[in-house]
Design a protein around this ligand. Structure first.
Ligand code: IMP
Ligand code: MG
Length: 181
């Protein structure tokens, strides 16, 4: 049987580090959104594990919603084109939107999402991303809440994939070089 974890070279963030940071982020988000009835939008598929753990820590009046966008065809390079594959099923006009994503890399995805929700008339648009790779930024955009800054490595686990795999690993790590061969 092939084990995903055998392909991991190095653990960058442990399950404990991630879960501790999520509790801290939840407190910050509660402070900002306690009275705002915000819509927390999960950007599928990558943000799913982060989103599920985060919302369980949020003890506020809020809505959940899901969206799927794609900028990566496969491999490890961003194309710069962001396509909506599955749109949220609610009108965000006049509402406070919180984008929940796995990572800000080139920044194209987040920039497109911010523009989209602003265009649809959201009262505010903020983003909470588990990871941030500032060294890879191609557009001037940032997340309002960031779990961890990571160096310029391609990372997998806890939602992040390489060619669709490794999303259900509980920590974040790098893959052995031979996996990309
Ligand atoms: P951006 O549009 O380049 O900022 O990329 C955003 C998306 O690229 C993320 O939501 C991820 O799905 C994917 N991505 C970027 N860096 C990584 C990585 O290191 N590992 C896995 N996926 C990544
Ligand atoms: Mg992805």
């Amino acid at each position: 049987m092939r084990k995903q974890e055998n392909d991991v070279e190095r653990i960058l963030l442990t399950e404990e580090q991630i879960q501790k940071r999520i509790k801290e982020l939840a407190l910050e988000l509660e402070a900002e959104y306690a009275e705002k009835d915000a819509i927390f939008v999960c950007i599928l598929n990558g943000a799913a594990p982060f989103y599920i753990d985060l919302i369980k820590e949020l003890d506020i009046f809020m809505e959940l919603n899901f969206m799927r966008v794609s900028s990566y065809n496969s491999g490890t390079q961003s194309t710069g084109n962001v396509i909506i594959k599955y749109d949220i099923e609610t009108d965000v006009f006049g509402k406070h939107v919180v984008i929940i994503d796995d990572i800000v890399d080139s920044g194209h995805t987040l920039q497109s999402l911010r523009k989209l929700f602003a265009m649809r008339g959201a009262a505010s648009v903020k983003a909470c991303c588990l990871l941030d790779k500032p060294s890879r930024r191609e557009v001037d955009v940032h997340a309002d809440y960031v779990g961890f800054e990571v160096p310029n490595y391609f990372v997998i686990g806890y939602g992040l994939d390489y060619e669709g795999h490794y999303r259900n690993i509980k920590y974040i790590g790098t893959l052995k070089p031979e996996i990309y061969a």
